[in-house]
Design a protein around this ligand. Structure first.
Ligand code: HC0
Length: 567
């Protein structure tokens, strides 16, 4: 332990702690912009300056380690003035568009400017000449709003290990962009949106498709249905001031009805269906038909990643489409038939915690209904914007139920939203299908939690199933290298984003580790509260097979619910 003094208070901190962290420990808030704990600790923005006795200049507290006997002042006239000056310089070439900016009221630059009491902008810098990049189906990059904090670069390079963007050019021309200033759509970007999640401003945001949904809702010729992803029900409340992890399924359903959707359905229904199809596929592969390990295929950022970086492992991917896409295909076939609707008039909207789902919906494989299966994907954040625009008082809404039959689900469908959830849901069903016995304890805690790669050996009454789970593409790389090196696994879950979909790139901002943990806790307690917790017990899924699909991996399933990803 090291003892230092900050603003006259003695603080004890572990060696290696920064002055910023030590100050936070005793309730002293130092403003930051580029700092992102354990992801981007670069000292680039210089708004966290403090005075350290004996040092020649003011120090960036986010990169200054504590030292024995150190005396720090965080609130002197010099410190305040220097922070303001640095902020003014950052803002000198930042567009003054706060009123119409997509991050307005949730912008860290705006918040720090208010916090520091900035009252005038004395400098006029050269506005950056780079134009917004609209090429991606998921994200919009606007270099004019970039403050060069490098958070997006760090998360893309160190957490996702994709490195699609990096600083290009020099000096005033410096811009964060793909190599050779290529567009995002021409890069290895997997559309995960982790950059948008950590961007302090609106330099990278999701591609906003709210207007397309307003137009569909206003079109009397369209029957507009909506599906909600597992991880949206425990996060959308945050936009309305609730704690992360607060379960607001009923209010979300009510809100979607108020917006005018004709039917409000649940992606959890097709998550249960995915387990039926993928579980059967696993059993088939264990019987020698197809490559092992089987790897899950429901996370579209992960799919793009394997296509770019590990094409040799593509035969391991499950042929199952994601629950989002299974839903789209069934909405325009099974549901259309049941409801007596022309599938061409059905407009399918998804509410997803994910930016890559926008890209997935537009992939050429995703039209097995004869139409584009999912028409528009909105992120959790975009749903929040729609609800605010419509003047809906979210927290005051009553709890309502999903429409049937595509709104019936089990706890197994809900846990898809957290890392390890798809695996656990598959094990709950797989165990019973393989052994013919009822599981005594249905919770597989070895595959839960935030450890980067989780492994477990599951005993299916004599047959040992080696399973592994990775979340975040950096961790996925680690696991894929093990497969290439010959480590033996039977079944693997990979989710693109840290924490799984609860940490998706379309989730409310901020999404930090504390938030992810709270959202995961919300997911697991929702599962516990559900009357049915195993996918094969979902009565609506059972009816779907009886009335329409036949059997898992049957002809119709093959046609509507499966695909093959190629290089
Ligand atoms: Fe997910 Fe999904 S669990 S990817 O994270 O499998 O986005 O929430 O909707 O499709 O169900 C996201 C979340 C989904 C899908 C499901 C899967």
């Amino acid at each position: 332990q090291i003892t230092l003094t900050i603003d006259g208070q003695q603080v004890q901190a572990r060696a290696g702690t920064t002055v910023l962290e030590a100050a936070r420990k005793i309730g002293i808030r130092i403003p930051t912009l580029c700092y992102l704990k354990e992801v981007n600790e670069a000292g680039a923005c210089r708004v966290c300056l403090v005075e350290v006795q004996g040092a020649r200049t003011l120090q960036a507290s986010c990169v200054t380690p504590v030292a024995e006997g150190m005396v720090v002042k965080t609130n002197t006239p010099e410190v305040r003035q220097a922070r303001k000056l640095n902020l003014e310089l950052i803002m000198s070439n930042h567009p003054q568009e706060c009123l119409i900016c997509p991050r307005s009221t949730n912008c860290e630059l705006q918040a720090v400017a208010a916090e520091l009491g900035l009252k005038e902008l004395r400098f006029e810098g050269t506005n950056r000449h780079y134009q917004p990049d609209n090429s991606s189906p998921s994200l919009v990059r606007d270099p004019r709003k970039c403050i060069l904090c490098r958070r997006c670069v760090s998360v893309c390079e160190n957490i996702q290990k994709v490195t699609a963007i990096a600083p290009q050019e020099r000096g005033f021309d410096t811009v964060i962009a793909p190599a050779f200033l290529a567009s995002l759509s021409d890069s290895t970007c997997v559309n995960c949106g982790q950059c948008a999640l950590v961007c302090p401003t609106a330099a990278i945001v999701e591609k906003n498709q709210v207007q397309e949904v307003w137009s569909a809702l206003a079109d009397p010729a369209k029957h507009v249905v909506v599906q909600t992803a597992p991880a949206t029900r425990i996060s959308v409340g945050e936009i309305f001031g609730l704690e992360p992890g607060s379960l607001v399924t009923g209010k979300m359903v009510a809100a979607l009805r108020r917006l005018g959707f004709d039917k409000v359905f649940d992606t959890d229904f097709t998550a249960d269906l995915t387990i039926m199809e993928e579980g059967s596929e696993l059993i088939r592969r264990l019987n020698g038909k197809g490559a092992l390990p089987l790897i899950t295929s429901c996370s579209p950022g992960w799919i793009k990643f394997i296509e770019h970086h590990y094409p040799d492992l593509l035969p391991h991917l499950s042929t199952c489409k994601s629950p989002q896409q299974m839903f789209g295909a069934l909405a325009k076939t099974y549901y259309a038939e049941k409801a007596g609707l022309d599938p061409g008039s059905i407009f399918v909207v998804s509410i997803m915690p994910c930016t890559a789902k926008k890209y997935e919906a537009g992939r050429p494989e995703m039209n097995s209904s004869g139409y584009q299966d999912v028409d528009v994907v909105l992120t959790t954040r975009e749903l929040g914007k729609m609800l605010k625009e419509a003047g809906i008082d979210f927290t005051a809404l009553p709890e309502e139920n999903y429409d049937q039959p595509l709104g019936i689900s089990t706890g197994a469908g809900v846990i898809f939203g957290a890392t390890g959830g798809v695996m656990e849901a598959a094990l709950r069903t797989g165990y019973e299908l393989v052994t013919g016995e009822t599981l005594a304890s249905i919770e597989f805690k070895d595959v839960r939690g935030m450890e980067g790669v989780k492994e477990a050996a599951i005993d299916l009454k004599g047959t040992i199933l080696n399973v592994a789970v990775a979340h975040g593409l950096g961790n996925a790389r680690e696991l894929l290298e093990k497969i290439r090196n010959g480590d033996i696994y039977h079944f693997i879950e990979i989710m693109c984003c840290p924490g799984g979909c609860i940490g998706g790139g379309g989730q409310p901002i901020p999404t930090d580790q504390e938030t992810r943990l709270k959202r995961a806790a919300g997911i697991y307690s929702t599962d516990q509260s559900m009357p049915l917790r195993k996918s094969h017990e979902n009565p609506a899924v059972q009816s779907l097979y009886k009335e329409f699909l036949g059997e898992p991996l049957g002809h119709k399933s093959h046609q509507l619910l499966h695909t093959v990803y190629t290089e």
